[in-house]
Write a protein that binds this ligand. Structure first.
Ligand SMILES: *Cc1c(COP(=O)(O)O)cnc(C)c1O
Length: 499
């Protein structure tokens, strides 16, 4: 006897649209977005993937999880502070508020007293100059790469940029300095060798065709051994004699020297050493929004600001608002996470470990964003089986852990303390999902393989740091530039298939 076609039981779109949950979702989602979700569920039912009776529950569940953007907030449990794949710097509370306020009409280019047009972004400019008094003037553009293009175009288009061969770098996935600058019409004139460059190399390279001398911080690698480079201060007399400006791309945007990162250059030191112009990103160690910062002599900044290209790389009002608030507000998260107290990290990791029935291991965080590649940030992680990485990433809230050497490591450095409870709940949910925790009972995480049995337990001292837990340094720039280390460099891999 033939059964009725089950597809006839699939609810019609009109009926689903009238459900109270769907009506409520339409307060913040467009009709087209809602209809697309309904149609997707109906199609799954037609294909036999779900029962016709499940269409409505599936739609309701999807709608409850769906905001108007598909970007999902993530808990960063990788221990990488400036994680490019996770949006680099998380904004400070002041910067978040500033973004919300600037989202409507805002006086970004108007003086409210006179009612006339004013200079765009003057608040951000003044905050930068207050934070870095070594600069005479400042300009904010879209990002660090745009700042570099604007500077080399305005100073050296049709002429030469003098650069040490040892500073000829690839900064992130597919971003090479050479390609970038070739697009500006400036010719790169390399001087010196990969490992050693002397002042005399710059002297010989200099000619009437030289538009600027460029120093680039080789942020994501180190050359060790028989090396030498010429600092900004040593180049100053040459620049003075020839009238050619010295431009320094310091990369990560530290305002002042930080003893935690001894080799990381900063804007103030570079200017005081004699750079005419310094360039940095706003969303690395400064801890602000994506911006490109240009600071230096008034004459050069004004030349850049007047260049036609400046309009093409100008900064958006949300970023200007967030940058000013980052500089004027309380310490941004990036700075707090870099300097997180290891004792406090240990207490929090211990608590999470005991809550979820796992063990704690020493774990080094990283600066990320291509900055300070060799600097470990000693801390602790909770060690879970690798199979937890996927349910954690796809759970609510989404948690991105570090997958390394067969383990899924939860590092609390970059988790706001207020979120420790949500993190623990997410780990327990993930353990339940992979069947390592009965709905009410304790988790049953298998003990690690025998090769790992000498790894320290929570009671062992911090000096006892096994090298296998120190991480694969070359993979951990957080810039997606190295070999993909799964959770912390997922570029080029589908994160859903990765565990
Ligand atoms: C990161 C970086 C850049 C590029 O800056 P973006 O803000 O990512 O465009 C340029 N130069 C150096 C040295 C960097 O580290």
């Amino acid at each position: 006897m033939a059964q009725a076609d089950p597809r006839r039981r699939i609810p019609r779109t009109d009926r689903v649209l009238d459900l109270p949950e769907v009506v409520a979702a339409r307060e913040h989602l467009s009709e087209a977005t809602v209809r697309a979700l309904i149609q997707a569920a109906q199609e799954r039912a037609r294909a036999g993937e779900i029962a016709p009776e499940d269409v409505i529950p599936v739609v309701v569940e999807k709608l409850s999880a769906r905001s108007a953007t598909t970007l999902s907030p993530v808990l960063n449990a990788t221990g990488i502070v400036v994680h490019t794949n996770l949006g680099r710097a998380p904004l400070s509370p002041a910067a978040r508020q500033a973004v919300r306020d600037a989202a409507g009409y805002v006086d970004v280019e108007m003086d409210l007293v006179s009612g006339r047009r004013s200079r765009r972004g003057s608040g951000a400019r003044e905050a930068l100059l207050a934070a870095c008094p070594a600069a005479e003037d400042a300009l904010v553009v879209n990002n660090g790469a745009a700042a570099l293009v604007l500077a080399t175009t305005a100073l050296a288009a049709g002429r030469e940029v003098l650069i040490s061969r040892g500073e000829f770098v690839e900064i992130g996935a597919g971003f090479r300095l050479s390609d970038l600058m070739a697009s500006t019409g400036a010719v790169l004139r390399e001087v010196g060798t990969t490992n050693r460059t002397h002042l005399s190399d710059y002297e010989h390279g200099l000619s009437e065709r030289t538009g600027c001398i460029l120093k680039v911080h080789t942020s994501n690698f180190r050359v060790e051994g028989f090396t030498s480079a010429v600092g900004i201060a040593a180049l100053r007399p040459l620049a003075d004699r020839s009238g050619v400006p010295v431009v320094a791309d310091v990369g990560s945007g530290l305002l002042h020297h930080d003893p935690l990162l001894p080799d990381e250059p900063d804007l103030t030191t570079a200017l005081e050493a004699g750079a005419d112009l310094v360039i940095a990103s706003g969303d690395k160690l400064l801890g602000g929004p994506q911006t490109g910062l240009l600071l230096g002599s008034r004459q050069i900044i004004q030349k850049l600001a007047r260049h036609p290209l400046a309009r093409a790389v100008r900064c958006d009002k949300l970023a200007l608002a967030a940058l000013e608030a980052t500089l004027s507000g309380t310490t941004p998260p990036v700075t707090r996470y870099l300097h997180a107290d290891p004792t406090r990290l240990r207490e929090r990791a211990e608590r999470l470990a005991s809550l979820v029935g796992a063990r704690m291991v020493p774990h080094d965080g990283r600066v990320g964003g291509g900055a300070a590649p060799g600097v470990p940030l000693p801390g602790w992680a909770v060690e879970l089986p690798e199979s937890l990485a996927l349910p954690l990433r796809t759970g609510a809230p989404a948690v991105v852990a570090r997958v390394h050497d067969g383990s899924c490591l939860i590092d609390l450095r970059c988790i706001p303390e207020d979120d420790d409870g949500r993190l623990a709940a997410a780990v327990l949910d993930a353990l339940t999902e992979v069947g390592l925790r009965p709905p009410s009972g304790r988790s049953a995480i298998p003990t690690p393989p025998s090769g790992r049995s000498d790894a320290p337990t929570p009671s062992s001292g911090q000096s006892d740091r096994p090298s296998e837990l120190m991480g694969d340094q070359t993979d951990r720039s957080g810039d997606g530039a190295g070999r993909p280390d799964r959770a912390d460099g997922p570029e080029g891999r589908d994160p859903r298939v990765n565990s």
